[in-house]
Design a protein around this ligand. Structure first.
Ligand SMILES: *[C@@H]1O[C@H](CO)[C@@H](O)[C@H](O)[C@H]1NC(C)=O
Ligand SMILES: *[C@@H]1O[C@H](CO)[C@@H](O)[C@H](O)[C@H]1NC(C)=O
Ligand SMILES: *[C@@H]1O[C@H](CO)[C@@H](O)[C@H](O)[C@H]1NC(C)=O
Length: 401
């Protein structure tokens, strides 16, 4: 055996051990999910490698791959699809073609991608919004906010709020034939963070004439002040999204300095004086016992991290930090969580805090789901799991919007 073969063998072994994630027993479509997971982990591994070699940044490589999956705005027999701008923010509009006597419902959609990646152009997001527009005969507005690290926090929120405020004007709603009393905002993952933050903003802002009827949050991440919840511990090497990748990407919203992700990894990133905020998310009290299991609560260590990022204590970045008087004004809420997901506990805690202040919440928990499951709705790698999640979300909208 030549030294080359030996090296290659060793490299492959290292590589496989690096990317292999054990797939839980209750996961259906195991082979497909294993394949998807290893493709994602391989790309992550390559991205880290390129970054270490100084070839390109981690997020630039991932974003280059994701761009291969972008679609053009294609109309079909039911919906007219166009790309345009709302207050200079790019949006993709889905307008149903059929004639109607009445005003239509509308959904505003925020895509996920840890604020660094993604677009409304992604095949899966385009599919979901087209499907929503067709099934509900609704107007759908899908928003492309600016991304980190080129545009750091709070650019994402400013864009989301600008696009929503533009759409909620009387003249715009009239132009698209939308019923102002039947508008929902939705989003997946960090798009769910944006949907949550925008809802808190609109509902608590007396200047906004039109309010939202509903919010639909699909495996949203809702806080980054405690990154050591049971769901973070159990899904450290989760399917598709690992704790490491989430921390790396979300940190880029604030800085490219490695000191921040290093502190977040150890759960030591919060400033002195922030202890009072933890009451809003203390999982040892708020999380249902079934999901707390026998995890032992440890308090995050404060004041070890010397830089100051206002975003760390901002409820636009961590909407779970909103107090009860802000939450009680919120509309009808749909929350979908997945068992094998870092962000699972955020969703559980938000559902329970909203219910405590009297907000009507439907919470669907997918026992065999994983983060970003909605990304796999189109061939060749589509999952029944993804279609099931899509259908649960759309049927909730149909009944409640
Ligand atoms: C969280 O709750 C536990 C009780 O389960 C309590 O001992 C702890 O002090 C709380 N931590 C914070 C930071 O509020
Ligand atoms: C943080 O800042 C304080 C005061 O500026 C300094 O004394 C301390 O050594 C710093 N800690 C670290 C870990 O850099
Ligand atoms: C809740 O938060 C808002 C905004 O941060 C603040 O204006 C308000 O005073 C707070 N309410 C209570 C009861 O703490």
């Amino acid at each position: 055996m030549s030294i080359k073969t030996l090296c290659l063998g060793l490299f492959c072994a290292l590589f496989v051990s690096h990317i292999y994630t054990p797939i839980p027993d209750n996961i259906a479509e195991r082979w497909k999910i294993m394949a998807l997971d290893s493709v994602t982990k391989t790309l992550t591994f390559l991205a880290l490698g390129f970054e270490n070699m100084g070839i390109m940044r981690f997020e630039d490589f991932i974003s280059m791959i994701i761009r291969l999956d972008y679609t053009e705005p294609l109309s079909d027999e039911y919906v007219t699809v166009t790309d345009t701008t709302f207050a200079n923010i790019p949006v993709r509009l889905y307008l149903p073609k059929g004639k109607t006597e009445t005003l239509r419902r509308a959904v505003i959609y925020m895509h996920g991608g840890a604020f660094c990646l993604g677009s409304f152009k992604l095949t899966s997001i385009d599919h979901l919004n087209r499907w929503t527009a067709t099934k509900l005969d609704a107007v759908v507005v899908s928003v492309d906010y600016r991304l980190a690290p080129q545009h750091q926090y709070p650019a994402q929120f400013e864009d989301a709020i600008a696009a929503v405020t533009f759409f909620l004007q009387d003249k715009i709603l009239t132009k698209y034939g939308v019923d102002p009393t039947r508008i929902c905002i939705s989003g997946d993952s960090s798009g769910g963070t944006l949907a949550t933050a925008v809802t808190q903003y609109v509902e608590n802002n007396p200047k906004m004439k039109h309010k939202l009827k509903a919010q639909a949050l699909l495996y949203p991440y809702l806080q980054l002040i405690d990154i050591n919840m049971p769901s973070h511990r159990e899904n450290e090497n989760g399917i598709v999204l690992t704790r490491e990748m989430a921390i790396k990407l979300v940190s880029l919203c604030f800085t490219k300095d490695e000191a921040l992700p290093q502190a977040v990894r150890r759960n030591q990133h919060m400033p002195l004086g922030s202890r009072d905020l933890f009451k809003y998310i203390n999982w040892s009290i708020i999380l249902p016992e079934k999901y707390r299991k026998d995890h032992v609560y440890t308090e995050p260590i404060l004041g070890k991290f010397n830089y100051s990022f206002p975003g760390l204590i901002d409820n636009r970045m961590s909407p779970l930090l909103a107090n009860d008087s802000l939450l009680q004004n919120l509309p009808l809420t749909y929350i979908l969580t997945c068992q094998y997901d870092l962000t699972r506990d955020d969703g559980f805690i938000y559902a329970s805090r909203l219910r405590n202040v009297g907000v009507q919440v439907t919470h669907d928990h997918i026992e065999n789901g994983f983060h970003a499951a909605l990304s796999f709705m189109t061939s060749p790698l589509y999952l029944h799991l993804s279609l099931r999640i899509r259908d649960m979300y759309v049927s909730w909208l149909d009944k409640n919007l």
